[in-house]
Design a protein around this ligand. Structure first.
Ligand code: 5GP
Length: 124
């Protein structure tokens, strides 16, 4: 299935262009990481690629290998930086309609700082 067209006016594109502020945690040539504006855990950080990718499917198909490697490296680096690596954390990449993705620019949530329970509350 083809990916949706990237929308330059999404909120994370505006953050990347510096049009709206963010509370930055980390930045490299390929990624930007910042605190979620409505944290759902004591630690809740978003890691985004600087390139225009709608979601992980889009990113994995189109991003150059160095951008993909940098993105994975950023996830691990930022988890350590925000202090959740030792006790554990959760990575979430909501994708598309069924994944309930609100912002159409790839982002992985890093959440931690307390026990997070089962992944899906209704799952056995
Ligand atoms: P999604 O539902 O797309 O996986 O998550 C989008 C996330 O982006 C939400 O957790 C929401 O709180 C966060 N968010 C939306 N707008 C902003 C913003 O302007 N700044 C920051 N830092 N986070 C935002």
């Amino acid at each position: 299935m083809s990916q949706p067209i990237y929308d330059d006016e999404n909120i994370f594109a505006k953050i990347l262009r510096g049009e709206i502020p963010c509370n930055k945690v980390d930045e490299c040539d390929h990624t930007l990481s910042f605190h979620d504006i409505q944290p759902q855990a004591p630690v809740h950080v978003l890691v985004i690629p600087k390139g225009p990718y709608v979601n992980m499917t889009d990113f994995s198909e189109k991003a150059p290998p160095e951008a993909q490697a940098a993105y994975i490296a950023a996830l691990g680096r930022v988890a350590k930086m925000v202090g959740v690596a030792e006790d554990g954390y959760r990575l979430i990449a909501n994708t598309g309609t069924n994944g309930h993705q609100d912002v159409p620019h790839l982002h992985v949530h890093i959440m931690g700082g307390q026990p997070l329970g089962r992944m899906m509350p209704s799952a056995h």
